[in-house]
Design a protein around this ligand. Structure first.
Ligand SMILES: CC(C)(COP(=O)(O)OP(=O)(O)OC[C@H]1O[C@@H](n2cnc3c(N)ncnc32)[C@H](O)[C@@H]1OP(=O)(O)O)[C@@H](O)C(=O)NCCC(=O)NCCS
Length: 206
């Protein structure tokens, strides 16, 4: 798979991240909505941006992860990011986030479609995304981008294990909604043990 430096549909463009994106990326990490749904450093710093750049570089080198900034040409300022990560076999997962200026105009839906179309053109078998059950904006975006609801990620993982190498479903996109966390047994005489944060929320970017 040869990742392009940029992809566009004429309205949005995906391009690789640069050193000059440092300030805007750090401010996106600090965006309250982004912080609500994604694991971000408490006080985003230069070291966090450096770590992101290393992760991106390593992802492109290994071919296991591709991060792109989303822009609205002719403006080149990053409005957000879309990320494709290889999971297993030919399964890939996408994730996305936008700062306030990039939201509410359908630009992120376009960006996710562009990324997915490219992955499917490259022959990937399946694309998944996971989102928190309460993250309505993310679910609406996923559905607009062509994903369909599959179910809780926990059950999906169990099914994958039960059918290793099972029938290939062909190219399609899936919306996998994790449960709010595994149900824990009640402590004797006490309240239910505190639920863990769902894996989709704990997943850090990167
Ligand atoms: C998830 C996230 C990227 C969605 O952003 P978004 O702006 O809602 O998504 P889009 O760019 O597709 O824009 C859709 C909105 O623009 C509106 N819109 C305007 N013109 C549009 C057009 N031509 N096409 C589609 N939508 C359009 C839609 O109606 C919609 O608004 P609504 O939700 O009020 O109906 C954003 O909420 C975010 O960054 N959240 C924090 C990070 C996060 O949760 N990431 C997902 C983790 S899995």
């Amino acid at each position: 798979m040869k990742p392009p430096d940029s992809i566009t549909d004429g309205v949005v463009a995906l391009r690789t991240m640069r050193e000059s994106d440092r300030a805007v990326v750090l401010s996106t990490f600090a965006d309250p909505l982004v912080r609500q749904w994604l694991n971000m450093p408490p006080r985003p710093s230069d070291a966090d941006f450096d770590a992101v750049m290393r992760t991106i570089h390593n992802g492109f080198e290994s071919g296991d992860r591709y991060d792109y900034c989303v822009t609205e040409p002719p403006d080149d300022v990053s409005l957000g990011a879309v990320i494709a990560s290889r999971r297993h076999r030919d399964n890939w997962e996408v994730a996305y986030l936008a700062r306030a200026e990039g939201r509410g105009r359908g630009l992120m839906t376009r960006a996710v479609r562009l990324l997915c179309d490219w992955l499917l053109e490259e022959g990937v078998g399946r694309i998944e995304l996971r989102t928190h059950p309460d993250n309505e904006a993310s679910q609406k975006l996923a559905q607009r981008a062509g994903f369909r609801r599959e179910g809780p990620a926990v059950r999906q993982a169990r099914e994958s294990r039960a059918r290793p190498g099972g029938p290939r479903a062909g190219p399609r996109r899936r919306l996998v909604l994790p449960r709010s966390g595994p149900r824990r047994p009640r402590k004797r005489g006490g309240r239910r043990a505190r639920r863990r944060t769902p894996s989709s929320v704990r997943r850090a970017l990167p």
